[in-house]
Design a protein around this ligand. Structure first.
Ligand SMILES: [Zn+2]
Length: 283
């Protein structure tokens, strides 16, 4: 006895079989499709990575520049409020490195006025270079430091030019600022010398506070007293020397100005201001 399938049911079955076939094929195709998709994706991945990389490369210099300008601002200590310039004369000396150590420890920049006959001493050359590398300014303080030679024999300008050239030779810097030994008064009262300085493009700085440190070997506490007593302006330029007694009280001097809210600045040629006892605005 054969089961006779009614034609309706038969068509229905065929329909179901076909449906199952399509579903099976579909199920088999899905993994293939996804594999292809992911493989394709991973192959095109470098493109996606390159794009952000390139974006990063474009963006990278911007924050770097921002950081740099921030750094420059902190180094220059732009005179926004009270500002103090620590200046040290007569170097380089056997103490220069120790001065640099203290300045480095307190993160303070200074201005050095160095003497030609000391700049010629071979064992001090590294200290001179180090001062520049660590962000300090080096100006000239003559070759001989001799009052008579400088001011009576009219050797001031030529000695300063020689000193500045020496500094350039040693450090690669081209400073134009000098400090006259014993100050511009009375030394630079001579209009002829001042005109020579103007012609040579040399600037002259004296100071606002004389610490008198050079004569206080046995009384370094008095150096601090002199400085504290003299401090009453928003801009102070302190005259000091590379002396043992000065080195001993330097941390206290730095702390005093920090407590008083002063910023420590170094001389900036682009931001020069007149500071000479002759009140010559050309210098
Ligand atoms: Zn001097």
């Amino acid at each position: 006895m054969t089961m006779k399938i009614p034609p309706d049911e038969y068509a229905e079955r065929r329909k179901r079989i076909r449906k199952r076939f399509f579903i099976t094929v579909l199920i088999m195709l899905i993994p293939i499709f996804f594999t292809g998709f992911f493989v394709g994706k991973s192959f095109s991945a470098p493109k996606i990575i390159i794009v952000p990389e390139e974006t990063e490369k474009v963006e990278a210099p911007i924050p770097q520049e921002e950081e740099q300008s921030k750094e420059e601002t902190s180094v220059e200590e732009k005179p926004t409020g009270k500002v103090v310039y620590l200046t040290f004369d007569d170097g380089p000396s056997r103490l220069t490195d120790e001065f640099l150590d203290v300045l480095l420890e307190y993160d303070v920049k200074a201005t050095f006025f160095m003497q030609g006959n000391n700049l010629k001493k071979e064992h001090l050359l590294e200290s001179v270079k180090r001062a520049v590398v660590e962000g300090h300014y080096i100006g000239g303080h003559s070759m001989t430091h001799d009052f008579h030679t400088l001011y009576k024999e009219n050797q001031f300008v030529s000695e300063m030019q020689e000193t500045l050239a020496l500094i350039h030779e040693l450090t690669g810097e081209s400073p134009h600022l000098v400090r006259p030994p014993y100050g511009s008064a009375p030394g630079l009262k001579n209009e002829q010398i001042r005109q020579q300085l103007v012609d040579a493009g040399i600037k002259v700085w004296d100071w606002t506070i004389d610490s008198q440190d050079w004569k206080l070997k046995d009384n370094p506490a008095q150096i601090i007293e002199n400085i504290k007593h003299g401090t009453n302006e928003d801009k102070e330029i302190i005259l000091m020397h590379e002396k043992t007694q000065t080195l001993a009280v330097l941390p206290e001097i730095i702390n005093f100005y920090k407590e008083q809210g002063y910023h420590f600045a170094i001389y900036d040629e682009a931001d020069h201001f007149v500071l000479n006892f002759q009140n010559d605005i050309r210098l």
